[in-house]
Design a binder for this molecule. Sequence first.
Ligand code: FPP
Length: 246
Amino acid sequence: MFNFFRSVKTQDALSVKPKHIAIIMDGNGRWAKKRLMPRMSGHRKGLESVKTVITQCQKLNIPFLTLFAFSTENWLRPSQEVKFLMSLFQDSIKKESSALIKNNIRFKLIGDRKPFPKKLNDKINSLEKFTEENTGLTLSIAINYGGRWDIVNAVNEYRKQNHFKKTFTQKNLIQNLSLNFAPDPDLLIRTGGEKRISNFLIWQFSYTELYFTEKLWPDFNEKAFMAALFEFQKRERRYGKTSEQL
Ligand code: FPP
């Protein structure tokens, strides 16, 4: 009976929705290995799950989605895989640009762009500029991103503004972080079974609800996404207060 009720629940049944979802997309390699396929096939298949979650966020009017695609530590992977991932990002940006524009999506890239080839940086900059005024989903892709890098980078950005004598505040830091255009994530989803944050948005996750699933990223479909949202709406977010105060 309960299962039946759940299966007929529509997206309208979500009474509390996150405004900002962050995702650590893990398990592409294992997905491929299970099928005796090269790791790259897992990443390629993972791209389909990226499209699924973007579509779901649009359907549900969730305003911010931030995806961890490549960490500052991922450079340590075999060079062939790093090369493949970089070209997958570049191709996806090229191929999907018109779909992003058509769907009123605001595109952002967060992370250290300095090591990217000029061609890739030009593409990123022009897509960001082109979609700047879009009012639908804000899609942020984290590439060469690390939470520790972001914090140190924010302090350096602040120092460039020559405020040496002023006391440094949380607001000063927040204004210079790479996600300074978005509220803190309400929900972090991590696929692939690991239960850690892996140097993702370490500052912004202070009050984020954490959701871990064994599902591998290429298997993360609409049903799995909705399961995360139903779990989220059960959480009581107290921000240090008592239940009675809410
Ligand atoms: C982690 O799985 C996944 C990555 C490091 C790459 C994520 C990239 C995509 C999903 C493809 C495209 C994305 C965009 C935004 C264009 P893993 O390789 O660590 O898997 P494993 O833990 O099973 O080895």
